[in-house]
Design a binder for this molecule. Sequence first.
Ligand SMILES: [Fe+2]
Ligand SMILES: [Fe+2]
Length: 303
Amino acid sequence: MTRGSDDEARIGLDPSLESHFAALLDRHKEAVARTEWSYQQYLPVATEQRPLSPTAYVAVETALLTEVNLPWYTAGLSHGLAACPSPIREFVRLWTSEEDQHATLLESYLLLTGSGDPSTRARSRKGMIAAGWHHELAGPFEGVIYTTMQEAATRTFYLCVARACDDEHPSLGAALRRIAKDETLHMAFYRDVVKAHLEKDPDHLSAVAAVMLSFEMPWSASVLHDFEERRAYLATRGVFRLSDYLDEVVQPLWSYWGLDGCASESAETRKAHGQLRRYRAALRKFARSEVPGGVAVGAAAAE
Ligand SMILES: [Fe+2]
Ligand SMILES: [Fe+2]
């Protein structure tokens, strides 16, 4: 993809917004201080120390395998955002410290409930980390858009799984909701960094279109070779369907970022508007026709 010089200027984060980034960082620290938690508070009570159902297990293991790749997400963000203002770099370190206990909680929960085979899971964990994390993001601004979407999707995934397992494992439902609150706070920081750029210069819309149209969770078939099967399996059981992605990720961000109002004379921005609208229309069509069988999140983008 070739980029004009104006686009080049929008690849980074705007240093003149540093005081705003600092205020977002302070807001995050205050929210975390009010709800501080540690993973051992959410382990299963004695009466729930029994294996999860197959659906809950696949969902939790998929989430766990995503969380264990944290070293590579940290490396990617730390490297990608290295030249950004200091509140952004501090947030990445804080974010890492908060994400760190998600995998610990999920693995401990699976061990204590005797769910799945720990040896197989250990091999999958090692395989995931050994594969690293690769992305096609063009720079810091696209990185922040991607991370917003990823945190929103992760939050939604956890809430869907919590709903699905509340009856069989109430403690697990509570644990997943607690993790989802972390993901929500993380999403809010990155989301508001994006919003500040769009408000200052609507021509940042092209980057939003580029990321949204190609968004995939950091699960890739090359890492989790059976990911498509997992996704289809869970969708048929009502856990994280395309409609969840549309209603809880794409549409709320679309509204919050005011994408319809990002007007500009720029041909690139007008083109981005058209691409985004066609993408959302295709998502809606797929979501409406969603039948048990699982439709891939990326399917609409391919249409
Ligand atoms: Fe997480
Ligand atoms: Fe996260």
